[in-house]
Design a protein around this ligand. Structure first.
Ligand code: PGA
Length: 264
């Protein structure tokens, strides 16, 4: 894992957007894995800015979101369909038919999981997967106990996740109990993963993910087995890391190497 510890949440969002923009610019048919949540909102704002001010185009891109609440329709204000539309899709030139979010209203959610996996495969797989992390170590809605080989399927939300997300629903009782989510195995199949976290509330999960054992108790720890994962953190989210000084020194050393390579 590459661990980058940046100045603040704004720098984290900007670095995340920058990396996504690079993939979009370099690839003739990029496939993006997208996420929802407070942390990635800043990434989308920055992508919109790059679109408006620097001509970044998503017209040739496709995207697949990680997850959706079961039982919420695409136009429900709390649905992730709606989140994505409001925070990104309405403001950039990604064509309507090019983005997908799992269907939370599918009559047969298991079949929807299989359909979603097949659609990702038919698109050629995900080039870069954007991720947040839950305080309980979840990625997507893969809660503790998830199989590290899982594919898109229905998952029950952990109590902590429902409590964390109650702020969006106004009351805990309104938060759905089930979601349809890409599996940990689906995420590990992406060619690159980019996980962002900010704030002290994520410090314990980040330390467990980066430096703890690979375990289903911390589904994000499976990313240790992924060959191209970058974790971008603010100092508060990085505050539980034992090797923080090493990660900072490694970034400096690599920046020097890049300079030398440029000069050569
Ligand atoms: P957050 O959610 O960015 O709103 O903290 C992240 C997650 O639960 O994956």
């Amino acid at each position: 894992m590459r661990v980058m510890i940046l100045r603040d949440a704004e720098a984290v969002a900007a670095a995340g957007a920058q990396r996504l923009a690079e993939v979009v610019r370099r690839n003739p048919a990029p496939v993006l894995g997208l996420a929802t949540g407070g942390t990635v909102g800043g990434v989308y704002q920055e992508l919109i800015r790059l679109h408006r001010e620097q001509g970044l185009s998503l017209a040739h891109a496709r995207s697949f979101n990680l997850d959706e609440y079961l039982g919420l329709s695409a136009d429900d204000p709390q649905s992730y369909h709606r989140f994505m539309f409001e925070q990104l899709f309405a403001h950039v030139d990604l064509p309507r038919g090019n983005w997908q979010v799992p269907d939370g209203m599918a009559m047969d959610p298991r079949a929807e999981g299989r359909r979603y996996e097949a659609a990702i495969e038919a698109a050629g797989g995900i080039d870069i997967q954007l991720l947040g992390i839950g305080r309980d170590g979840h990625i997507g809605f893969n809660e503790p106990g998830s199989s590290l080989a899982s594919r898109t399927r229905v998952k029950a939300l952990a109590e902590q996740t429902r409590r964390d997300n109650a702020r969006f629903f106004g009351a805990l009782e309104r938060v759905p109990r089930l979601a349809i989510t890409m599996g940990v195995g689906t995420i590990l199949s992406a060619r690159e993963c980019l996980l962002l976290a900010t704030g002290e509330s994520k410090a314990v999960a980040i330390a467990a993910m980066v430096e703890g054992p690979v375990t289903a108790l911390v589904p994000a720890s499976a990313l240790q087995l992924h060959p191209a994962t970058t974790v971008i953190l603010d100092p508060a989210a990085a505050s539980g890391l034992k090797l923080a000084e090493y990660y900072r020194a490694a970034e400096e050393a690599e920046a020097e190497l890049r300079m030398l390579q440029k000069e050569a």
